[in-house]
Design a protein around this ligand. Structure first.
Ligand code: OMP
Length: 250
């Protein structure tokens, strides 16, 4: 029996780093994958790229032997969300996500759809995780614009508990809430952490950031990094430096 605390924790750091392919066309995305070579094994495909290329980019990444987090942030009525989760699962990706704000029933049905689709196709089930509060949100914005009161951490933890109650595998959150999520949901609840910024990178539009080393030290299961790698002069060198920082922090 795998230890439930570590079952979702890949042994190698390269299997814990997802590079966000935020490009508006498949050619540029594949050129980046080529430049990153064997250094990067896992990629996140989000809306910008997927809405342009459709599933073709997923097949191309899979042919290159890469793992995929298909980040389409499903958020709809439960029946429609379940259908979307079925479609996403059918591509054989490693991770899919839904918005925790869609509620428990939506999350439950999405997870069930992923389980049933994977079983019907005899493929591995993707991890189904929930988006909590985006890392571009700070307290003032959440309180005054979105209308959710209290601290961001309390809101993220509430969403994480909802996701766990719905049977999801984990959440996407900022590194700043990692300790609170682990305390509330346990070490086996998967944490996928964007908003990662090494000391040498610009924060861009991210508000709740953490360095790769601090995120790993705080117990992050997977890191998502985009621009610090894809906008670097030498993307492969940037990815190597981040992986080294992750290794050393252990
Ligand atoms: O779901 C996500 O992946 C996500 C959630 C979140 O709260 N914040 C966040 O930045 N992301 C994604 O993580 C990636 C971060 O990219 P960079 O800011 O360029 O490192 C982007 O593709 C975002 O869509």
């Amino acid at each position: 029996m795998p230890d439930s605390r570590t079952a979702h924790l890949p042994a190698q750091m390269a299997d814990r780093l997802y590079v966000a392919l935020d490009f508006d066309n498949g050619e540029d995305a594949l050129r980046m994958v080529d430049r990153l070579g064997e250094t990067v094994r896992c990629y996140k495909v989000g809306m910008e790229l997927y809405f342009k290329t459709g599933p073709q980019i997923l097949h191309q990444l899979q042919e290159a032997g890469k793992q995929i987090f298909l980040d389409l942030k499903i958020h709809d009525i439960p029946n429609t969300a379940a259908g979307a989760a079925r479609s996403c699962t059918s591509f054989g990706v490693s991770i899919i996500n839904v918005h925790a704000a869609g509620g428990i029933e939506m999350m439950k049905q999405a997870k069930q759809a992923a389980i049933e689709t994977a079983a019907a196709l005899s493929i591995d089930r993707p991890l189904v995780i929930a988006v909590t509060q985006l890392t571009s949100t700070d307290r003032q914005m959440m309180n005054e614009q979105i209308g959710i009161q209290g601290s961001v951490e309390d809101t993220v933890v509430r969403y994480a508990k909802l996701a766990q109650e719905a049977g999801l595998d984990g959440v996407v959150a900022s590194g700043q809430e990692l300790a609170a999520i682990r305390q509330a949901c346990g070490d086996g609840f998967v944490t996928v952490i964007p908003g990662i910024r090494p000391a040498w990178a610009a924060s861009n539009d991210q508000k709740r950031i953490l360095t790769p080393a601090d995120a790993i030290k705080a117990g992050a299961h997977r890191l998502v990094v985009g621009r610090p790698i894809t906008h670097a002069d030498d993307p492969q060198d940037a990815a190597k430096r981040i992986l080294e920082e992750m290794e050393v922090s252990l």
